[in-house]
Design a protein around this ligand. Structure first.
Ligand SMILES: *Cc1c(COP(=O)(O)O)cnc(C)c1O
Length: 377
């Protein structure tokens, strides 16, 4: 199989050290007490990056498991749930909530902008009878980062438990769980962490645990029940056999992230230069504001067909960019600059490939995208 350079907003390139860690000999993770310590230490490292004292769990399933497990565990039938919806992931969070019986209210706002905090505050003044609110940190399809640092404290003021999908932001944008009063925060292994797809990492506050452990209706399901994880360390028992090789890889990935002191600054710098080079070349960004530092979403120009662009970039340059889905299908293309892919040289190659393909398709560019990029760094 010919592997392209994946410049997609997840999965991302996996560093050799992480791949090697996954190839290590395994032990029996249910019986070897050393593995319980290893798993605990790995969670501690995540607590450090989440900037929290809250419990952190690593679950066997990619980001979607974290979203569904949070809904399954927090939501009781007929609970009133607020779904903050300014994008595709935000909107579809409600689907998980509804599966578990939620009575969902959408707070909808412009899909091309971050959530406006004053407007949300006004809404909440008159409508705050909610048990849980779901929200998305980085809306990956549209390349928008929401101000979770402002949203979560307001939700907390009204006693609403926040469930934050930070799958494509954590590791590339700052996350301060305790200071920002975030309750349940979910990330995945395959985005900014640049580990193999397959793991969810989830931080759960005391208020979150209270709701999970003091329900009147038992949690439906086992795999999505976070309650079964409450005392895994004290009891030295995992609810099911942990995917030990994936966790070896994840451990290496989080250690690499912790050692990388400039990681957030680099995401900001590379994202800025990517956006500006794309704009200066005559293309149009999808967002009007609230730009993400981990992914750039660009309108597919008139007279260009996304699939042709995608295929041409692979054929001529062996670089893979991404399209989008749902309401943005064929409307935008995306370049991921997250985790191990947030490197100047890699984004340069991706933009050079994009530049060549657009010219090949007779799109008139105002500048050479990759050269603009270099000038802007
Ligand atoms: C990637 C991602 C997920 C996980 O979904 P996938 O099935 O891996 O695409 C969840 N939420 C967001 C915001 C994501 O970007």
């Amino acid at each position: 199989m010919n592997i392209p350079m994946i410049m997609t907003p997840g999965p991302t390139y996996i560093h050799e050290d992480v791949r090697r860690a996954m190839a290590k000999e395994i032990t029996n993770p249910d019986l070897d007490m050393n593995f319980f310590e290893f798993y605990k230490e790995t969670c501690e490292k995540f607590k450090n990056v989440f900037q929290t004292k809250n419990d952190v769990l690593i679950l066997s399933g990619e980001g979607i498991l974290g979203l569904e497990a949070s809904c399954a565990s927090l939501i009781e039938p007929n609970d009133k749930i607020l779904c903050l919806d300014n994008g595709i992931f935000g909107h579809s969070f409600a689907d998980f909530a509804k599966i578990y019986g939620a009575e969902v209210t959408f707070y909808q706002s412009d899909y091309r902008k971050e959530i406006n905090i004053e407007e949300l505050e006004k809404f909440l003044q008159n409508n705050h009878d909610f048990k849980v609110a779901t929200l998305v940190h980085c809306e990956t399809p549209s390349g928008i980062t929401n101000p979770v640092h402002l949203i979560c404290p307001i939700l907390k003021k009204y006693g609403i438990i926040s469930v934050v999908d930070s799958v494509s932001a954590f590791g590339g944008e700052e996350v301060k769980v305790d200071e920002w009063k975030m309750d349940v925060v979910i990330t995945g292994s395959q985005k900014c962490l640049s580990a193999a797809p397959g793991l969810t990492i989830i931080a759960i506050s005391d208020d979150g645990w209270n709701k999970i452990l003091n329900r009147s209706v038992p949690i439906a399901g086992f795999y999505c029940n976070l309650g079964i994880w409450k005392n895994w360390y004290e009891n030295k028992a995992f609810p099911y056999t942990p995917p030990i090789s994936d966790i070896f890889g994840l451990r290496e990935a989080i250690e690499r992230l912790i050692l990388d002191k400039d990681v957030l600054k680099r995401h900001e710098k590379v994202a800025n230069a990517t956006r500006e080079s794309i704009r200066n070349s005559g293309l149009e960004l999808y967002p009007f504001s609230g730009y993400s530092n981990t992914v750039t979403s660009v309108l597919v120009p008139d007279n260009i067909i996304f699939n042709e662009l995608f295929n041409l970039i692979i054929k001529d340059s062996n670089v893979m960019i991404a399209g989008a889905f749902d309401v943005l299908e064929n409307k935008v293309f995306r370049i991921g600059h997250m985790g191990e892919n947030c490197r100047e040289e890699k984004v340069y190659i991706a933009l050079k490939a994009l530049d060549a393909a657009l010219r090949n398709l007779n799109f008139k560019l105002n500048a050479e995208i990759h050269k603009e990029f270099v000038n802007l760094l």
